[in-house]
Design a protein. Structure first.
Length: 362
């Protein structure tokens, strides 16, 4: 049974679609990530699940029930916001208890539930403080406690960690992973941050301009981007425009401006002379150190000049210029060898690390 189903949902603001015919099925207990650039409709989608907005088209189902007519406070769903949205004049305890008091829950039960929620977020002794007496990370823990205290089936998280500094953010990511283990809830988390979404999510949807571009495991999205947009949005991608000049048994040959030929794999059928974009990650590029190294026909080899090197700890990122003033980014582990600016190098891209997007696909 789906915990949350979004069925052909669209939402328009002033005639412009913020969410454009989106369908998603999210399983019970799943941690689902929503990833995409600013303005692509992530928050609007969450707000429709929570019931703060209603779809102009399509339906939202919770546990297979259409909830179109159900107001937000009657949906088994809670939302955690980037801004915490705590009541400043109420203590931590009262912030967490707020929803339970509204529903006239018995006093003893409120006490027990609030304490166990504060324990889960590791703030058991801070119940009497006011929000302004807490750090940002602690305030966000209170916001989590408040969202889970009435045991919703679905927890919606809208960039919950983005206001935190990197170290606290990292700790809170680990905490979210623990909540996921301990609470049998469905999580849907919006993030700008790809590594955060990948670290926590069972599956991720990548959105662009109101539409879902791809849904898959983090591994699928990273290794097999379905569209040019996803390839460009996720990770360190090289995208080079060119023309298909030959179709071989397991790859196409694409010539890019300047004449460099790339061997690229594609899951869709292409025809010679078609315009296409070759894609590969910077980490797929190898700079050939030893001339005796032979890569045979399992990839593309090309000459390049090192324009820039940025040190990144155990690796370096190289900006390379190839024929025709085209650029390629390569990431290489420093233990292999470092290359100076201005050096001429040979580079290799294995077929296995490539893909192809044909020009009219997106
Ligand atoms: N209440 C509203 N009235 C008019 N336009 C809106 C409203 N809410 C959202 N929009 C528009 O809908 C689009 C999607 O907005 P949304 O807030 O869902 O994006 P988002 O993906 O959450 O972006 P961000 O990552 O910046 O939070 C944007 O173009 C936004 O300006
Ligand atoms: Mg948003």
């Amino acid at each position: 049974m789906s915990s949350v189903e979004i069925r052909d949902v669209s939402k328009f603001f002033n005639g412009v679609p913020a969410v454009d015919n989106v369908s998603l099925q999210i399983q019970e207990g799943e941690f689902f990530g929503l990833l995409g650039p600013s303005g692509c409709g992530k928050t609007t989608l969450l707000r429709m699940i929570a019931g703060f907005e209603s779809p102009d088209k399509g339906a939202v189902l919770l546990k297979n029930q259409d909830v179109s007519a159900v107001p937000p406070n009657r949906r088994p769903v809670n939302m955690v916001f980037q801004s915490y949205a705590l009541f400043p004049h109420l203590s931590v305890f009262e912030n967490v208890a707020f929803g339970l008091r509204q529903t006239k829950t018995a006093k003893a039960e409120i006490l027990q539930r609030v304490e166990s929620a504060l324990e889960l977020v590791r703030l058991p002794s801070l119940g009497s403080r006011l929000p302004r007496e807490l750090s940002g990370g602690q305030q966000q823990r209170v916001a989590f406690a408040r969202a889970i205290v009435n045991r919703p089936a679905v927890l919606l998280l809208d960039e919950p960690l983005s206001a935190l500094d990197p170290k606290v953010r990292h700790e809170m990511q680990a905490e979210l992973a623990r909540f996921k283990q301990e609470l049998k809830m469905t999580f849907i988390m919006v993030s700008h941050d790809q590594s955060e979404a990948f670290a926590l999510s069972n599956r991720v949807a990548v959105m662009s301009a109101g539409k879902v571009e791809q849904v898959g495991t983090p591994e699928d999205i990273y290794n097999k981007p379905a569209t040019r947009f996803v390839a460009d949005f996720i990770g360190d991608s090289n995208l080079l425009d060119g023309n298909i000049i030959a179709a071989e048994r397991d790859h196409y040959v694409v010539e890019v401006a300047g004449g460099t030929k790339f061997y690229a794999k594609s899951s869709v059928g292409c025809t010679p002379r078609q315009k296409a974009t070759v894609w590969f990650r910077s980490s797929s590029v190898e700079l050939i150190v030893n001339d005796a190294q032979s890569h045979g026909s399992d990839g593309s080899v090309f000459e390049a000049e090192v324009l820039h090197r940025s040190f990144q700890g155990d690796s370096s990122e190289y900006r390379l210029r190839i024929a025709g003033d085209q650029f390629v980014i390569a990431t290489m582990r420093n233990e292999i060898q470092t290359h100076a600016i201005g050096a001429r190098v040979r580079a290799f891209v294995p077929k296995a690390g490539t893909s192809l997007f044909v020009a009219n696909e997106n």
